[in-house]
Design a protein around this ligand. Structure first.
Ligand code: 1PR
Length: 527
């Protein structure tokens, strides 16, 4: 029996599902004393260091955790739980950590790499441990902006280190206590094996091999499968796909499959992440009949890679006058199995307001959600469309000189942001949108392109390069993939951290494993 400490931290459902998948039973801590008495405790942590610590102190958990760890009882900490073992964090100055391991948690340097680190990276094993039994140098999933730095004082705790612009501590262990910065419950088969080794306490002589000191770990480019979901005219929830956002064919909504089944297939094929976009979420309130919550709950039972959900993340008042903040809506998604939420239309409105007032309000969905769950949990989904101009002076917006001239031979274009699934163009450009969203606390950009969507003609490299230059958060290239070679091109010609596709995967034209093989053969780091 595994005991889970659930104090309202992010996606605890996935941790619970992973434990069950390993054939173990799981119970949840009901009162603080159980933290000390539990046979094996899993201590997950997602989000902001200060919020996590506040919850631990508020519920009287902190002192019991310290006691448990000092008594060397089997404990597995995940992500911010690793950070909580240290004395404090730059993320929340003045908030004390549990103070078990010497040192402060520091922010990654965003002049070197995109921050947060989001994706699959390797580990360098610094001391032998049975948890690595059967571990085969696979990459594991990380998502964080802050990290623990190796020092002389904490050396006896270091189990693995990882490189991301610098070397950081990717797991710690002493006696029966172990904590990982990566998410075993989101790291596919490799993560489950590692998690199982600890939780089942396999009595094994085989321990993980120490890594060669010179071995450098490298983050992989991610390949993401995207499922645009909506109800068809018969009321069934289906995966659909548009051509330049038009999802109807002969009047009917295209039906390319069932969301949970397709997500399962992509996981098996090696997708690094799965994204669901509720494409009518801007007009229907997604918590009304809860279909997307159900999709997440069911998907997360068998899919152990990160899940992102978008569509309809905004505040809402229903017909009975019940008010839901964007944070309420996002929280429901996180608790149903989402690791990240993605905001489309509401981000555009928030940026318009910011450009008008020239100041933050603290009230936007981006700010509210990233304050509680961390920037890494907030993705901005951008739906831009090209607007061609003869010369840059014709507009106040940021233009670029394009290699694909407009219908009347125009050499320049800017990218207009849209809302409501591309139906309405607004007077802001993509550079304004992403730079302000980053300031407000977004942690990643999902960069669609209406002109390219469903065309199979390759990604819009000019757009991607423009956005990459404007922000230091990771960028997911999206729209237009028509072959495995297009993924190679986008990674060779831009610095995008990830590439996403929909149509080619749904129509089984190219499999995810084929894409990954092709990208790997081109010498690009891949999982
Ligand atoms: O505005 O916060 O409610 O979010 C709505 C979300 O739904 C946004 O993320 C928006 O991108 C998405 N959306 C709305 N309408 C559509 C539509 O297609 N009619 N889908 C839509 C966006 C674009 C991508 C697609 C890639 C790759 N689809 O997600 O998956 O373009 O496609 P491809 O590989 O087939 O070219 P809100």
């Amino acid at each position: 029996m595994i005991t889970l400490l659930d104090y309202g931290a992010g996606n605890v459902r996935s941790v619970r599902n992973a434990i069950r998948k390993l054939g173990l039973e799981v119970t949840t801590v009901q009162n603080p004393e159980e933290i000390v008495t539990a046979e094996k405790l899993v201590f997950p942590g997602v989000g902001n260091f200060g919020v996590v610590m506040e919850n631990l102190y508020r519920d009287g958990y902190a002192e019991h955790l310290i006691r448990r760890i000092k008594e060397d009882k089997p404990t597995f900490g995940i992500c911010v739980a690793l950070q909580a073992l240290f004395e404090g964090s730059e993320e929340s100055p003045g908030v004390a950590g549990l103070g078990i391991i010497p040192g402060q948690i520091k922010r990654f340097d965003d002049s070197v790499m995109a921050v947060p680190q989001i994706g699959w990276n390797g580990i360098r094993i610094e001391k032998e441990h049975t948890v690595f039994n059967g571990y085969n140098d696979e990459k594991l999933y990380f998502v964080h902006s802050y990290c623990a730095v190796p020092t002389e004082e904490n050396r006896d705790w270091i189990l693995t280190t990882t490189d991301y612009g610098q070397s950081f501590i990717s797991s710690v262990a002493k006696g029966n206590v172990l904590a990982t910065q990566f998410h075993p419950e989101k790291s596919g088969g490799a993560g489950l094996r590692l998690f199982g080794n600890f939780l089942k306490g396999i009595d094994t002589i085989a321990v993980g091999q120490l890594s060669n000191e010179k071995y450098e770990t490298r983050i992989a480019k991610r390949i993401i499968a995207c499922l645009d979901v909506r109800s068809n005219d018969r009321g069934d929830l289906v995966v659909t796909k548009g051509d330049q956002y038009d999802v109807r064919e002969e009047g009917e909504v295209r039906n390319l499959g069932k969301p949970v089944e397709l997500a399962g297939r992509y996981y098996e094929e090696g997708a690094d992440e799965v994204t669901f976009l509720n494409i009518t979420g801007f007009r229907d309130f997604p918590l009304q009949d809860q279909p997307m919550l159900e999709v997440l709950r069911k998907t997360s039972v068998n899919v152990f890679v990160p899940l992102t959900i978008g569509g309809g993340i905004r505040e809402f008042t229903d017909s009975e006058g019940n008010h839901y903040s964007a944070l309420d809506v996002a929280s429901r998604y996180f608790r149903s199995g989402a690791d990240k939420i993605s905001i489309g239309s509401d981000a555009v409105y928030a940026v318009e307001q910011y450009l008008k007032d020239k100041q933050k309000t603290g009230q936007t969905a981006i700010e509210q959600i990233s304050t509680v769950y961390g920037a890494q949990a907030v993705v901005i989904s951008v739906d831009p469309r090209r607007v061609y101009v003869r010369n840059p002076e014709q507009t106040l917006h940021t233009t670029l000189k394009t290699k694909t001239p407009g219908p009347n031979g125009e050499q320049y274009c800017w990218y207009q942001c849209t809302v409501s699934g591309g139906r309405e163009g607004r007077d802001i450009d993509v550079v304004q949108l992403v730079t302000v969203c980053e300031k407000l606390g977004a942690g990643e950009v999902l960069l669609n392109c209406i002109d390219k969507d469903g065309t199979n003609s390759g990604f819009d490299h000019e757009l991607i390069a423009l956005v990459k230059k404007a922000v230091s958060i990771p960028v997911i290239a999206s729209s237009g993939a028509g072959s495995a070679a297009h993924f190679v091109e986008v990674f060779q010609q831009t610095d995008a951290e990830a590439a996403l596709a929909a149509g080619i995967f749904h129509r089984s034209e190219v499999s995810i494993s084929e894409v990954k093989d092709t990208v790997a053969k081109a010498g690009i780091e891949i999982r």
